[in-house]
Every structure is written in structure tokens, then in C-alpha cells.
Design a binder for this molecule. Structure first.
Ligand code: FMN
Length: 211
């Protein structure tokens, strides 16, 4: 299935049927998230993987009782770092040196530019930037799920402060950004399953500019 066919197939399922997604498909979706682009490659977020049904019941209660949270096979929570600290940058630079087999000295300029951004931004500015990076991974996950023929419902409809408290995210230096239940559509009970996809026309969406 091409990416276009996958994107035509997918929609934001409102009801799921509880069927389990095979682990291989989950692994492929997680790997796509891991390979997602991020500014400077820092990946300033974590993805929480939650299968536990009891915990998902509690999450549903702070997410407008959206049924997909418990009817899915697995719930992903995209959580951005609540700040970008020198320790994060240290770890990133060390990993870069190791993976590329280069010296730490050769990365000193890059490291300093990252440190100066981290030191200039307020924690809130860093979080807002990190959340934008998390959205890129989120978009990648939605497309990846579609190519695996797994339904995924992107969600912003939840109380982030309540969810952060429920999962003790502050202690982990994280703030929740978006949710992504993964599972299979319940076509019999989902009013949206039979509806046509609505998208803006090409000529309205793309504005061609030239000198
Ligand atoms: C960032 C984001 C947040 C969304 N939040 C919710 C949500 O909380 N609950 C829900 O059922 N759908 C949610 N949606 C789904 C959209 O309403 C849906 O993607 C949109 O109507 C386009 O339809 P389609 O994705 O089914 O083609 C969200 C989508 C995005 C991209």
C-alpha cells in the first residue's frame, strides 16, 4: 500500500473493537516514531506506551471519556520535556559521538550552540518548542499506523494537567501533549466509518508563489 493509499484509508476512528494489534505492527509504528525528524535531532520528548486496561480506564476519565482509549489495543501518549537542560544536551552529544564514531571535541561547536539555546530560552519556551517536535513524531506515527493498516485516533481532547498528575509526569520532567490510541475500527458502531473524507481542495491549500 502506498503512503497516499494509506492516508486515504485512515480516518480518526471514534469507536474501536478491542482487537489486539500484532506486536510486529506495534514495533513498526514505534520504530517510525523513533526515526521521526526533529529539530537538530534532539527528540525532546518521550512516548509513553500503555497497554494496561486499568490505567487506560483512569486516563479515559480525564479524556472526555473517549471510548477509543479503552477500546484500542494500546495507547501512546506523546509527552514533551518540560524543559531542555544541559544534561539533555550532554546525553545527545555523547550519543552522537558514539554513533558516528567522532570525538567529543569535534562536536564542541554544535554542543555550545545547543547549550546557548537551552540557556536563553525559559523552561516554558523550551517546552513549547519540545511540544512542536513531539507533534512531528505524532504525525509520523499517524501515517505509520495507516501503512500498517492499524487505526489510530489523534487526540488533543483531554485534560493535560489532570493526566500529568495521574501519571506523575512532572517527576519525569514531562508534560503530555497528545494521545494516540492504536487499534481497529468498529465499523458497525462508528458513525464516522462510512463518511467521506473532507479535505480542502488543492488550489485552496497550495499557494504557488514565484518571483
Ligand atoms: C491534533 C489532533 C487532535 C485531535 N483530537 C481528537 C480528539 O480528541 N478526539 C477525536 O475523536 N478526534 C480527534 N482528532 C481527529 C480529527 O477530528 C480528525 O482527524 C479530523 O476531523 C479529520 O478527519 P480524519 O482524520 O478522520 O480524516 C484530532 C486530530 C488531530 C490531528
Amino acid at each position: 500500500m502506498s503512503l497516499i493509499q494509506a492516508l486515504e484509508w485512515r480516518y480518526a476512528a471514534k469507536r474501536m473493537n478491542g482487537q489486539k494489534v500484532p506486536q510486529e505492527k506495534i514495533n513498526n509504528i514505534l520504530e517510525a516514531i523513533r526515526l521521526s525528524a526533529s529539530s537538530m535531532g534532539l527528540q525532546p520528548y518521550n512516548i509513553l506506551v500503555i497497554e494496561d486496561q486499568k490505567l487506560r480506564e483512569k486516563i479515559k476519565a480525564v479524556a472526555n471519556n473517549q471510548p477509543q482509549i479503552t477500546e484500542s489495543s494500546l495507547l501512546l501518549i506523546f509527552a514533551a520535556w518540560d524543559n531542555v537542560t544541559p544534561a539533555h544536551i550532554e546525553e545527545f552529544i555523547n550519543n552522537t559521538a558514539e554513533v558516528r564514531g567522532v570525538s567529543l571535541e569535534s562536536l564542541a561547536g554544535f554542543k555550545n550552540s545547543l547549550l546557548s539555546i537551552a540557556n536563553t530560552n525559559t523552561p516554558e519556551q523550551s517546552y513549547q518548542w519540545a511540544a512542536r517536535q513531539a507533534y512531528i513524531a505524532f504525525g509520523t506515527a499517524i501515517a505509520a499506523a495507516a501503512t500498517e493498516k492499524v487505526d489510530a485516533t489523534p487526540m488533543e481532547g483531554f485534560n493535560a494537567a489532570a493526566l500529568d498528575e495521574l501519571l506523575n509526569l512532572k517527576e519525569k520532567g514531562l508534560r503530555s501533549v497528545t494521545l494516540l490510541p492504536l487499534g481497529y475500527r468498529d465499523t458497525a458502531n462508528d458513525w464516522l466509518a462510512s463518511q467521506k473524507k473532507v479535505r480542502r481542495d488543492k488550489d485552496k491549500l497550495f499557494l504557488e508563489l514565484a518571483a
